[in-house]
Design a protein around this ligand. Structure first.
Ligand code: KG4
Ligand code: ZN
Length: 337
């Protein structure tokens, strides 16, 4: 079975073809970084227009790279939310139009679920598994029991972790998106230089809060940052703090799973922030401590891509879960439990 996937929920226009044998036939991503660079963040209207401009080229290339014609595709999956609705509508409508014109099934994909299931494609993870979903739009810990069965056991009360990386970069005028830039600068910085708060880490709570950390970074910038080394030190200190918070929460989540006798196949980190090597290492250390297998998709599949959408399509197709063409795109779409 060959499933074609289309992604357009934020600032990447992406398409891919994946088989039910876990073969990635193509993976095409057009990133809108340059379009949004001047604004240090994603401008929804610009994003929607850029998706519209690029989507047919991206789809054509994904078919050509896979050496497929449209008649070789068995079903088409499209992100239908959550995300910036103008962009979601572009990709979802394109996917529906392909489905209608080719007479093949349509699968409405939840973008967060696609991040959540990606490690089942790349690492053959089985249910149940513990999932830290850390992206630009979301930060939550779930126990993944099955397709469309995610038990959320911790979530952010304010910003997502990716958003906090982006805001820290913006406050220091480092560029956009912030995560990879902060990670790069942090490699040359001293993580012990600045003491930053680790919110909600004294209690047995699995929820996150990053807004206080962001404020502390702003105050530190005003007081102490005057040269490039200061910036690198702050990036390193910030990244260390995020690592500590995520590790603390994953440790607490693994303890909870142990107390409930949940036989986890693995602990997975996914979403754009999972591309961060030091965060991957920190979570790996916590997993080792609990004797739980650690998995993360390869770095290029952590940030938004069409492969995870196509794979979610495979999972839903195998479960015989198809959608009607009147499925309405959703700006908000929490994971189902
Ligand atoms: O999953 P994603 O591509 O889009 C959403 O679904 O939100 O995640 C994008 C987020 C951005 O906030 C970006 O700064 C962050 O992931 N990110 C990183 C890294 N690469 C991307 N954060 C930390 N370190 C990275 N290397
Ligand atoms: Zn994403």
């Amino acid at each position: 079975m060959r499933i074609f996937g289309i992604e357009s929920s934020c600032d990447e226009t992406a398409a891919a073809a994946v088989t039910d044998d876990r073969e990635i036939l193509s993976n095409v991503i057009y990133s809108q970084t340059l379009e949004h660079l001047a604004y240090s963040g994603v401008v929804p209207e610009i994003a929607a227009r850029a998706h519209l401009e690029k989507i047919d080229l991206v789809v054509k290339k994904a078919l050509a790279d896979a050496e497929l014609t449209v008649s070789d595709i068995d079903a088409v999956a499209g992100t239908c939310g959550p995300g910036l609705i103008g962009g979601v509508v572009v990709g979802a409508t394109f996917a529906k139009a392909m489905s209608f014109s080719l007479g093949i099934p349509f699968i409405a994909v939840n973008h967060i679920e696609a991040h959540a299931l990606c490690a089942r494609l790349t690492n053959d993870v089985k249910f149940p598994y513990l999932l830290l979903l850390a992206s630009g739009g979301h930060c939550q810990i779930c126990v993944a029991h099955g397709i469309e069965q995610f038990e959320v056991i911790g979530k952010t009360l304010d910003d997502s972790v990716g958003e906090s990386f982006d805001k820290v970069a913006k406050m220091m005028a480092l560029g956009y998106p912030g995560g990879p830039i902060v990670e790069k600068l942090a490699n040359n910085g001293n993580p012990d230089r600045f003491q930053l708060p680790r919110p909600l880490c004294s209690k047995d709570l699995l929820d996150f809060s990053f807004s206080g950390l962001k404020t502390a970074v702003r105050i530190t910038i005003e007081k102490h940052i005057s040269n490039e080394q200061d910036k690198a030190d702050l990036c390193a200190s910030f990244q260390r703090t995020v690592n500590d918070v995520l590790s603390y929460k994953m440790n607490a989540a693994l303890c909870l799973c142990e107390s409930r006798n949940i036989d986890l196949d693995a602990a997975v980190i996914s979403g754009g922030v999972a591309a961060n090597k030091s965060i991957r290492n920190s979570i790996q250390i916590i997993c080792n401590k609990h004797d739980v297998r650690f998995c993360a998709p390869p770095i290029n599949l952590c940030t938004d891509n069409g492969v995870m959408i196509a794979w979610n399509g495979v999972e839903k197709a195998l479960a015989n879960k198809f959608d009607n063409l009147d499925f309405r795109p959703r700006p908000r779409w929490p994971l189902k439990s």
